[in-house]
Design a protein around this ligand. Structure first.
Ligand code: FAD
Length: 565
């Protein structure tokens, strides 16, 4: 409770907040070194997380306008798209991470290695926990003026039992555990006392989930076993190795273009990677995965696969702090992520104070609500009763123009209504009625809120928010007071967030697949080098680029690192 030193920051001796915990001192101006001087000049921006969304905010914000504190239990940024390559030694762990302090230092901010537990919106306090060396947990509050929640997601368990036996692939520690286990299993299989059956089990690698992460891991593993295993392990082991991908849908990579998923599946078949589609895991035992698979007639059969390593990668779920935020705000309706408006402001939190980006968030567009307002005003203008309301094509064009201005990302979906209109025009009397239109628009809303949980989205949102927060800090002083409603100026000062899907890519074992805005491209070595160069260019710093280059070179010259360290 006294003055506890936490790195360069100090806790206030005064206890406060709903839980009566110590509160972190507000920040000093960088120029002021006088201890205890509280800066009231710049707003205090707190960013929760050190991943894609958070780093994009940091790289796009002006440090002149905010005191910035980053809170995250992970003291580095992780370049996740290349994480599967680190599990088998194609890349080194260090090449994929950048210390968060290096990034924070550039904005003259502070970093706390701790986890956010809860946000007290009314008091603008974040409850933070930090495990201490003695094992005791230290809890305190960090005050904020603006808050960005970018805490990402965690693996989705789908309520399946026995996942403690599985490996996950989210963090650098996960990749290290997998690497140790793969090499450890190969060594165990080489021991003279190991039976043939046990060898087969140890060398059976089961991947639950046929999304990009599962597919890339299976491909990397296959490369390792094919390219390096035979050089350094007894040849006889190769015939005992098996890689299985258990996928609940009819295809792997099912969010990609069909051509791509077919290519990936055929490539895996050629490489003898066993793809089990329409198969749902029901339980994981210490040495076996139990699953049900539907045959062509739709009849489900229960099967089992012995494994030496089982990777669980079946999508994402909310972190605990995200759940807490969603539950503590009444206006939040989506239980799977924090809902924001199109300005990325958290719905239900005090306006203009709290934002959320990346995997932990979802955008609520309200196109339906918006259009219903327009329909009502049309109905009133043309003296129609709302329930009776129908709009002509011309009226619809005006409404659509307005929505497009407000929600630019709705453009593609609005086109669908245009087509439908043309269809109705020939069949009906040239009008769409209220119910039909509302139904169509709800469909649009549903599609627009399900933005993908990808680095690409988190990066775009973080970039948008960093730039916007810089603009807001500057514009605030120039606006007349009556223009500012409840301290909120986002609507006035900056456009709404617009997601531009640049495409998806995946590695499928000495080949790569690209899905670029409706154009799909699959190929062997050329595509693989293209895949590498895309990620090489996106890598977060010159340092990590240099390390990546060295890793590829080392691997090309000497093969993968097969040690268990
Ligand atoms: P993250 O990058 O996950 O960052 C979340 C941060 O919040 C972390 O630093 C974490 O430590 C921190 N945090 C967690 N809890 C708390 C807390 N309580 N308090 C404070 N901080 C907290 N996407 C693509 O677009 N392309 C790909 O090829 C691709 N490949 C992938 C491969 C793998 C193996 C994985 C795991 C993901 C891949 N993704 C890919 C998805 C992509 O990594 C995520 O969509 C992206 O990381 C989301 O960014 P984010 O900022 O929301 O969360």
């Amino acid at each position: 409770t006294g003055d506890i030193e936490i790195s360069e920051l100090a806790l206030n001796p005064r206890l406060g907040g709903p839980k009566n915990l110590p509160i972190l001192e507000r920040y000093l101006d960088d120029e002021d070194s006088e201890i205890g001087k509280v800066s009231m000049t710049k707003p205090h921006l707190v960013i929760l997380g050190s991943g894609w969304g958070a780093v994009a905010v940091l790289k796009n914000i002006s440090p002149k306008d905010y005191h910035i504190t980053v809170i995250s239990p992970q003291n580095h940024f992780l370049f996740t798209p290349m994480l599967p390559s680190a599990t088998v030694g194609t890349l080194e762990f260090r090449s994929l991470v950048e210390p968060i302090r290096r990034i924070v230092a550039k904005v003259r901010g502070h970093y706390l290695e701790a986890s956010a537990e809860k946000v007290e919106f009314s008091e603008r306090l974040i409850e933070v926990s930090q495990p201490s060396r003695s094992g005791e947990e230290l809890r305190f509050y960090v005050p904020y003026d603006r808050l960005v929640v970018a805490v990402g997601s965690q693996s989705n368990t789908h309520g399946v039992e026995g996942l403690q036996h599985c490996n996950f692939l989210k963090t650098i520690e996960d990749a290290r555990d997998i690497r140790r286990k793969v090499i450890g299993n190969l060594e165990l299989a080489c021991l003279p006392g190991t039976s043939e059956e046990e060898r087969k089990r140890l060398l059976s690698f089961v991947v639950c989930g046929g999304g990009p992460t599962g597919v890339e891991f299976a491909a990397e593993l296959y490369d390792l076993l094919n390219e390096d295993l035979t050089m350094v392990y007894p040849r006889v082991l190769r015939n005992l190795v098996s890689v299985h991908v258990v996928q609940s849908q009819g295809h792997i990579l099912n969010t990609y273009d069909e051509k791509i998923s077919t290519y990936a599946q055929e490539r895996f078949k050629k490489d003898s990677i066993d793809v089990l589609t329409n198969a749902r895991v029901s339980r994981v035992l210490e040495d076996r995965v139990i699953f049900t698979q539907k045959d062509e007639d739709g009849v489900a059969h229960t099967k089992e696969l012995p494994y030496g390593l089982c990777l669980w990668s079946t999508g994402v779920a909310q972190c605990e702090v995200t759940k807490d935020i969603v539950n503590s705000l009444e206006s939040q309706k989506n239980r799977r992520a924090i809902e924001t408006d199109t300005h990325l402001r958290v719905i239900g939190a005090p306006l203009g104070e709290v934002y959320a980006v990346g995997d932990c968030s979802t955008v609520r567009t309200n196109v339906t609500e918006h259009i219903v307002e327009f329909l009502k005003s049309y109905a009133i203008k043309s003296n129609k009763i709302v329930e009776d309301c129908s709009v002509t094509f011309q009226q619809w064009r005006d409404i659509a123009m307005n929505i497009k201005r407000r929600f630019p990302q709705a453009a593609e979906h609005l086109k669908r209504v245009d087509y439908l209109f043309t269809e109705y025009d020939t069949n009906k009397s040239g009008t769409l009625d209220f119910d039909e239109l509302t139904h169509l628009l709800q469909d649009i809303d549903r599609k627009m809120t399900s933005l993908p949980a990808t680095a690409q989205r988190a990066h775009q949102q973080g970039q948008y928010l960093g730039r916007k927060l810089t603009k807001l800090a500057r514009v605030r002083e120039t606006l007349a007071m009556d223009e500012i409603v409840s301290g909120d100026i986002d609507d006035l000062a900056y456009r709404a967030f617009e997601y531009h899907h640049l495409g998806s890519l995946a590695y499928v074992g000495n080949a790569a697949v690209f899905d670029l805005n409706g154009y799909s491209f699959v190929g062997g070595l050329v595509a693989m080098y293209l895949w590498r160069s895309v990620y090489f260019a996106q890598s977060v710093s010159f340092r990590t680029r240099a390390l990546l280059f060295m890793d590829w070179l080392t691997r090309g010259l000497f093969g993968r690192d097969m040690t268990q360290i």
